[in-house]
Design a protein. Sequence first.
Length: 425
Amino acid sequence: MTDKKPLKINIQSEIGNLEAVLLHTPGAEVENMTPKMAQRALYSDILNLSIAQEEYKQLSGVLSKLAKVYTVHDLLVKVLDNDAERKALIEKICFLEQVTDYFDILMEMSSERLAKVLIEGLPAKINTLTSFLNEDYYALFPLYNFYFTRDAAVTIGNNALICKMANRVRMRESIIMEAIYKGSGEFECGIIDAYDHKPLNPDLYMEGGDILIARDDILLIGNGMRTSTQGIDLLASKLGAMLPEGRRHIIVQQLPHSPESFIHLDMVFTLLDKDKCMVFEPLILGDNQYQTVHITMENGKVVKINSVSNIFSVLRRLGMDLEPIVCGGEADEWDQEREQWHSGANFFAFAPGKVISYARNTHTLNELSKHGFEIIPAWDVINGKASVEGDKRCVVTIEGSELPRGGGGARCMTMPLSRKAVKWE
């Protein structure tokens, strides 16, 4: 009997046929939050866990019929089953989160229990006056945002970028993702670890929701509240070192730092097909003060940086002529703003012209229908009542009353691991 071959990470686009994906079902960590803690947890509201899980079942159910699904919990358990990997991970977490007193307690836990604690949180010991008077209930805070697997790491080509998150409350997500890619034995990939470069620099950070792979030679990156210019500079230099041959392009879109619905580029722009994308029109196409910048790289070095009118103009020059479809429809700016707020521009493509989104954004879905996309409820796909095979364009819709309260949509909740190559011609 031969050992199972690890999956080779391979992401060259946003739309290639999905072969493997990493998910995390929201669990008790989401409920281990009070309204008082919501802002610290980067939420604007608290979630009803049972409803959120029912909604998430639709996403995971559809994807499990289309591709191999890996889960964060199961991969983390594999990491923790290796004594050396377990020790290294717990040492790193305890040091960075300043809870070294808990090292022995964590090391003594079973792998299943430890994985649960690292995600759902560990209550603090109350054995001193200081700990008694401390308002923080947790020694290790729950990872409230981990069901948004897109953010803590990014798969680019045959590499995994371990992101340096903008907020400390999410730092452990990146540490766990690093351990999974390096120590689970499930994946073959290069590692680009942002924490290796000026780890104490507070102005260097990036998150996966801001990084889109338009084509194997074109990255789109948002520069806003979660991805800094220094983070983008680091990514450019790291990619240049790992992919030193040929010409590559990075298109940077500046984003507002408020409201919170503009948190990442994929909240205002996502790719749907070889020739179509979803946009929040006022920001991406409207007249505003936010720049679009084109960075050209040759043989691993930046050779030119210049401002352009918008994302579409530079993509057109590079051979990608995209038709924008407007989030919320073209008729009413209020509809656009309301539906963008609930992740109406955040689509996940599982094949060219085949995407997943929330059912609640009806004006956006109507606009897609006008452009030839068939609207298919997720349960119909899961139960075999509808097929997504063939050449037809389609939108698979999942219910979304609770999941959007966390601040993201289908793209935010998925980390693709392998896609087939796109035939661009």
